[in-house]
Design a protein around this ligand. Sequence first.
Ligand code: NAP
Length: 293
Amino acid sequence: MGLLLKIFIPLLGAALAFYFYSASENFSEEMLRGKRVIVTGASSGIGEQMAYHLARMETHLLLTARTEAKLQKVVKRCLELGAASAQYISGSMDDPSFPEVVVKEAENSWGGLDMLILNHIGYYIGFQYFNGNIEEIRKLMETNFLSYVAMTTSALPMLKESEGSIVVVSSLAGKAGSPFVAPYSASKFALEGFYNSLRHEFIIDKINISITLCILGYINTESAMQAVSHVIQGTPAPKEECALEIIKSGALRQREMYYPPWVLRGTLLLRDIAPEFLDSIIRSSYRVENLKR
Ligand code: NAP
């Protein structure tokens, strides 16, 4: 009976979750036309692809990352694809003053903001055993977590006014522990805790800003493949589709999105009903022999 309940309740939960998520699948590009959107980490990878999708949807774009030359190219392409406007601001999110500078730029340019897409990550330290380097973790938390909080804080007045959306790009590593990514995983778990708490407060205070947490698996961006392809088995999912799914989930004001959906839903279901079994599957999916100590 106990085991039955242990399996039945999560299965029922998954079925209900599937029903609610798929029931609201009525995305249309019109929802984003003319909207004012900030995308962080937009010079490459998933962020760059989001910028191109949003450009086709005729949004106003403010893109940010560190590398100016790459941002210039992305902005140019966005304008060719039909963006209502596109601009960039370059800088590093490990500078505590930079998040506010980005948001101010949006305020000066548009006088408001509809969607804040937080996507950047400092750097993949790479897959490795935790080496005890606390300074590295501090820096990573500044870029991957605190800058998200700082951008959100600065953008709140404009998002309240527009009843806008916050989209936070996270990872399976922020939901289930995996080996060799302890600092990265910690920064993603922190996002989960912070934004789930903030969402409660918005609802209690009747603040109509949606918060969407995007839980991603292995995606074929250059940096991810460079960092992990020698260690992880399996085929990465396409970044273009991933980027579109993130945008859709934000426009639909979903609580969470999963990409690729079934792999992640299955993994999280297993985490809840048989965590040790999941841990052993995770461990056996790594080519540990390819890791440097
Ligand atoms: P990516 O290709 O490495 O892109 C990272 C972006 O962040 C780049 O635009 C980079 O541009 C920018 N960035 C790096 N350091 C920065 C800093 N200090 N300040 C400001 N911007 C900085 O990464 P991705 O694979 O597309 O990942 C995007 C998001 O998806 C991340 O949140 C990641 O955790 C999540 N995710 C990815 C995967 C995957 O397999 N790809 C899996 C799970 C979750 P500059 O270098 O020019 O600054």
